[in-house]
Ligand binder design. Sequence first.
Ligand code: AMP
Length: 360
Amino acid sequence: MTMPLPPGSTIGILGGGQLGRMLALAAARLGLKSAIYSDVPGPAFDVVARSVTGAYEDTGAISAFARSVDVVTYEFENVPLAAAAAAENEAPVRPGAKALAVSQDRFDEKSFLRALSLPVAPFALVESEAHFAGAIAACGERAILKTRRLGYDGKGQARISKATELAGAFDAIKRAPSVLEGFINFEYEVSVLVVRGLNGEKRFYDCPLNTHKSGILDTSTVPSPLPPHHVARAREIGATIADALGYVGLLAVEMFYMGEGSTEPLVVNEMAPRVHNSGHWTMDACLCSQFENHVRAVAGWPLGPTERHSDVVMTNLIGDDVHAWRELSAEHGTALHLYGKAEARPGRKMGHVNRIRARG
Ligand code: AMP
């Protein structure tokens, strides 16, 4: 049995964004230090004593970074596999390279999920015109074309409602290797937040109901209306994925809820091998947030409680929304989190608020 890293140990975080920042803040509360490695300085740099700016392709620099810390984790899923491998030679990398490999590519991710017999939308590879007819046959005419790699927050996607629109959609995403996905007529979207410890223990947060604006997460509300037996199914799906990956840390799985009478009530949209925006509500509505539990897991500590003591609505502050910080900071029952980003560009996540109410 591996010993937990004692307070004073250092967590190395690949990625310097707001997720890294909130991980480092949670680690600090447990007496753990964090060091950040990122290709560009970001919000996480402001809260740690040591940060390194370097390319993710610079495996020499990644190795040196990993040698200087006690465990390596990451806050984004597009860490190059060569970087993860270089780090792994020097220190444990948790959640692990397999989780990265699977979630970096939509086709591989969906194939992995299907191999686990988990429900996903019909999908097919689209890499050239030669694939158009087969993809439409597999997915139907109402569908979404998504790039295999590097798509997020609805970027790198084009919707179609007729087979003849596929050529235009393929051009719109610059003919990048893609996956066509059948359009899912869901009732609403939820996510599963599961944390898996070094010893394989799993704990679950409540499933938030998630709404989006322009493809970007807008709100996460807990409790969600998801019926208890479907919550159980959602958790089972999250557990299956976490176990299959030998996962250590916080895993988020986004799902479509199809409604009470459906034969397949939950369809997996995508997974994130990291802390997730739809779990930010845990910072103020739980004793132990998703960030702290991720830190605990990768440091080999016992997992913390995932129970929720309050009802909560998390709302993202996107772009100009952040200019309301003064009013939000005075709002009763509201916890304000700002990421310290200088420029409020459209579509940029600048912070979030958690509006807390007594548990109903
Ligand atoms: P994604 O980047 O894959 O998470 O997609 C962003 C958002 O687009 C999702 O949160 C859904 O609201 C919507 N979406 C994605 N895939 C589908 C689908 N197959 N059917 C219907 N809506 C989808």
